[in-house]
Write a protein that binds this ligand. Structure first.
Ligand SMILES: [Fe+2]
Length: 676
C-alpha cells in the first residue's frame, strides 16, 4: 500500500543491541497491485459462487472460469456483477487523482460506506454451476488478466443437498488482531490440513474479525490480508461480533462488515429467506447451518430474528443442524454468561428455540478461550447449573468415554454441544468454571469439524498444531435421552495469583515510518511556550537537528544530551513525515524507549502518554521515575491516529520528561510504526 515517503518495510526494529523481531522476513506485498482487497470467495451453493475484490479506482471487471486451469472457457455477464464505490460524502476531500471519478454514473453506484476514498468493490456471481465441481477462476480488467494462473484461485461448489459424504469445515472466533497469535492459529490449521491431506470445504468465523472497532481498514489488514491464502479458495461464512458492531449495524445492514460480506438473504443457499444479511442459513451436503446476529438485534421470541429461526428450523430436513453466532449462551471465559445481558438473552430466548428445533452443535466466540460442554439440553436458568440438564456427562471422545449418542434425524431436546471458540488471536481470559463444561483450554487455537454420514468429530487444534480436545456425536437409531440428576463436574478453576500482563505488540504486518536514527528537530533550552510546537505548521528552524536516540546517562546515544544534566528536565522533539492517503491507516504506534515519561502529539493532538500523570510541558505533574520493573522499549498505540493524520505532511512531536532535575539519566528513542 501507498503510505509515506519515509516508509521502509523492515522486519526488524532495533534499539542498539536490544532488538525485537516484529514480522516475518520479506512477506509478499498483500494485496498485490492493482487490488486493494485481493479476490475472495463469498456465498455458494451447489450452483452458485461469488468472487469479490477491490481496486483503487475502477476497472472493467470480468471473471473467466472453467474446470481446467489452463482453459477458462466461461465468463460472467455484466448483469451478474455488482459494483460499489467509495467516493466520499460532501464534506470529505478527495485526492486530486480521484477527482475524475466523480461522475454521474459512478455516483449512482451503490456505496461502500467507509472504505478508503477511490475504492471500487466488485461482487461477481458465478451461476448455473455444477455441484461438487472445482472451477478455476481469474479476475480480469477488460482483457488484462489481474490474477496469476495458479491453482489456488479456485472454488468448489456444494454437493447436492442431502448428499452423504465427508464434510470438513474450520470454525474460529475473535482472531482479528493482526498480531502473531492470529497468524499462528491460521498456520497451525493450514499445517494440519496439509499433514492430513484433507482440505477444508469452507469455514465459519464466529465474529470479532476486525479489532478494535471493525473499521474498514481494520477489516482489510486484520482479516482480509491475514487470511488471504484461505479466503481466495474457501468460502468464509461470517457472523458479526461486538467489535464489528461499533461501526456496522445489523438493523440497517450498513457498515464495513456488511460491505465486506456477501451472504444469502433470499434462501439462495438453502434454508428460509431471511431478508437480511444479519442472519441467514445455508445447506451443505447433509448439514443445515444457521447464522444469527447475537449483537444488536432483538433476541426475544416474538421478534423477527427468533421467528425466522423457528420457521427455518421447522423447514430444515438435514441430518445435522449446526448454529453459530458470536455471544455464547454458556461461558466463564473472558465473559460471564451468568452476568452479561446479551449472553443471558441468547440463553433464555434463543436456546429454547434452538433445542426445540433439534440443533446438534452451537458454535460461538466472544469469550477468549476454548470451552466445550457435555451433551446438554434445557439449561436456560441463570445461574447455569448442571443438575438435570446434562444428557451425557462423558468426554464425548470415542477413545475415552465414547461419542455422544443421539437418534438419527432431527428430534427436539436430544442434546446440544456448546463450543466456545474465541481463541483465534485475541488475548486469552478466564473468570471461572461453568458446571456444564467438559473441556476448557486456555490456549490460542481453533476448531476443525468433520462430518461424515451419521458421525461428527470436532477437534480443537492449538496454535502449535496440537489437538487439545476431541469430541464426537453419533446420530444413529433411536436414543432415549436421560437427564442426569448429579452429573460429573469440572474441577473448580482457581484464579492464578501471579498473572502476567501481556505487553502490547505491533501488528505482524507493519512498516516503519520513522526509523531509529532518523533526523529529528529537538530543543530543551529555552523550552517552547504553549502547544504551538506540536502543530504541523510550527516553525522549528531555531531548533537543533539530531538523530535518534537522544539522552544522557546510562546507554549510548546518537545525540548525546549531557548538557541537560542537572539543568533541564524536558526534551522536545519534532519530526515531519508524509502520508499519501490517511484513510488507509489501520493503526499507528510508537515502538519507544523512554525515561522517565513522555507525551506524543500527532499534528497537535495528544495521541500517547506514559509516566506523566497530568498536564504537560513545564506544568506536567506526577512524572513517575521509570523503574527497573519494565525497562526497555515498549509498544504504544497512538490513540485515534487515523483521525488526526492527514494526507500529505504530518508532524509527530514528543516531549520527554524527567521525574526530577537531579535524575541521573534521560532517554528517548522513538520509532513510528504503521500497520497497513
Ligand atoms: Fe466479542
Amino acid at each position: 500500500m501507498l503510505l509515506g515517503s519515509l516508509a521502509s518495510r523492515s522486519p526488524v526494529v532495533s534499539f542498539g543491541i536490544a532488538f525485537i523481531l516484529l514480522g516475518e522476513v520479506c512477506r509478499a506485498i498483500n494485496p498485490p497491485e492493482p487490488f486493494t482487497r485481493a479476490p475472495y470467495l463469498q456465498f455458494s451453493s451447489p450452483h452458485l459462487m461469488h468472487v469479490v475484490w477491490r481496486t483503487a479506482g475502477p476497472i472493467r471487471p470480468n471473471v473467466r472460469f472453467g474446470k481446467d486451469l489452463r482453459q477458462l472457457d466461461q465468463q460472467v455477464r455484466a448483469m451478474d456483477i455488482v459494483v460499489r464505490a467509495a467516493l466520499g460524502t460532501h464534506d470529505q476531500k478527495l485526492l486530486a487523482r480521484w477527482a475524475p471519478l466523480v461522475t454521474k454514473a459512478n455516483l449512482a453506484l451503490p456505496k461502500l460506506h467507509s472504505a478508503p476514498l477511490g475504492t471500487f468493490q466488485y461482487e461477481v456471481r458465478l451461476k448455473d454451476l455444477e455441484p461438487s465441481t472445482t472451477y478455476y477462476y481469474a479476475v480480469y480488467d477488460g482483457d488484462r488478466r489481474l490474477t496469476p494462473e495458479h491453482a489456488s484461485f479456485q472454488c468448489v461448489t456444494h454437493p447436492p443437498v442431502g448428499a452423504v459424504q465427508p464434510v470438513r469445515f474450520w470454525a474460529l472466533g475473535d482472531g482479528g488482531t493482526g498480531r502473531e497469535p492470529q497468524s499462528a492459529v491460521h498456520q497451525a490449521m493450514l499445517q494440519t490440513l496439509e499433514r492430513e491431506q484433507h482440505p477444508l470445504d469452507f469455514w465459519i468465523h464466529v465474529g470479532d474479525m476486525a479489532y478494535g472497532i471493525g473499521r474498514d481498514m481494520e477489516f482489510q489488514s486484520r482479516f482480509f490480508e491475514s487470511y488471504d491464502v484461505t479466503l481466495r479458495h474457501k468460502v468464509c461464512w461470517p457472523t458479526m461480533g461486538n467489535h464489528e458492531g461499533h461501526t456496522s449495524s445489523g438493523r440497517t445492514g450498513i457498515g464495513p462488515y456488511y460491505d465486506a460480506y456477501v451472504v444469502p438473504t433470499r434462501g439462495e443457499s438453502g434454508g428460509l429467506a431471511s431478508g437480511t444479511e444479519a442472519y441467514y442459513s445455508f445447506d451443505y451436503a447433509n448439514i443445515h447451518f444457521i447464522c444469527l446476529d447475537s449483537h444488536d438485534l432483538d433476541r426475544r421470541p416474538g421478534e423477527p430474528m427468533a421467528r425466522w429461526l423457528k420457521a427455518d428450523l421447522e423447514k430444515a430436513r438435514a441430518d445435522w443442524l449446526i448454529a453459530f453466532w458470536h455471544h455464547p449462551p454458556y461461558t466463564k471465559g473472558s465473559h460471564d454468561s451468568d452476568k452479561e445481558r446479551d449472553l443471558i438473552e441468547m440463553r433464555q430466548h434463543i436456546m429454547p428455540i434452538i433445542e426445540q428445533g433439534g440443533v446438534d452443535i452451537v458454535l460461538t466466540g466472544h469469550s477468549h478461550t476454548y470451552e466445550r460442554s457435555m451433551l446438554m439440553d434445557g439449561a436456560y436458568a441463570t445461574n447455569t447449573v448442571a443438575e438435570n440438564v446434562i444428557l451425557d456427562d462423558g468426554d464425548g471422545n470415542p477413545s475415552g468415554d465414547g461419542a455422544y449418542r443421539k437418534s438419527a434425524g432431527i428430534h427436539p431436546h436430544e442434546g446440544t454441544v456448546q463450543v466456545v471458540t474465541g481463541n483465534a488471536g485475541a488475548n486469552l481470559g478466564r473468570v471461572g468454571t461453568l458446571p456444564v463444561m467438559r473441556e476448557v483450554v486456555l490456549e490460542h487455537g481453533s476448531v476443525l469439524i468433520d462430518v461424515h454420514g451419521d458421525t461428527l468429530v470436532a477437534r480443537m487444534i492449538n496454535r502449535e498444531g496440537v489437538e487439545r480436545d476431541l469430541f464426537s456425536v453419533v446420530k444413529r437409531g433411536q436414543v432415549a435421552p436421560v437427564r442426569l440428576a448429579l452429573p460429573w463436574q469440572p474441577p473448580t478453576w482457581v484464579k492464578p495469583t501471579n498473572t502476567v500482563s501481556i505487553p502490547a505488540m505491533p501488528a505482524l504486518d507493519h512498516r516503519v515510518l520513522i526509523p531509529e536514527g532518523a533526523a529529528w528537530r529537538y530543543v530543551f533550552d529555552p523550552i517552547p511556550r504553549g502547544m504551538a510546537w506540536t502543530y504541523a505548521d510550527y516553525d522549528d528552524d531555531g531548533w537543533h537537528s539530531g538523530e535518534s536516540g537522544f539522552g544522557y546517562g546510562a546507554g549510548v546515544y546518537k545525540t548525546g544530551l549531557e548538557s541537560m544534566r542537572g539543568k533541564h528536565g524536558i526534551l522536545y522533539v519534532r519530526k515531519a513525515f508524509d502520508i499519501e492517503q490517511a484513510d488507509r491507516i489501520t493503526e499507528m504506534g510508537l515502538w519507544i524507549d523512554y525515561d522517565d515519561g513522555f507525551i506524543a502529539y500527532l499534528n497537535g493532538r495528544e495521541v500517547a502518554r506514559a509516566g506523566v500523570g497530568r498536564s504537560s510541558g513545564r506544568n506536567a505533574q506526577k512524572v513517575s521515575a521509570r523503574g527497573e520493573k519494565e525497562p526497555g522499549p515498549r509498544y504504544v498505540v497512538l490513540k485515534d491516529a487515523h483521525k488526526h493524520a492527514k494526507d500529505g505532511a504530518n508532524v509527530l512531536a514528543i516531549e520527554v520528561q524527567n521525574a526530577s532535575l537531579e535524575s541521573s539519566d534521560l532517554r528517548l528513542n522513538p520509532v513510528l510504526i504503521l500497520e497497513d
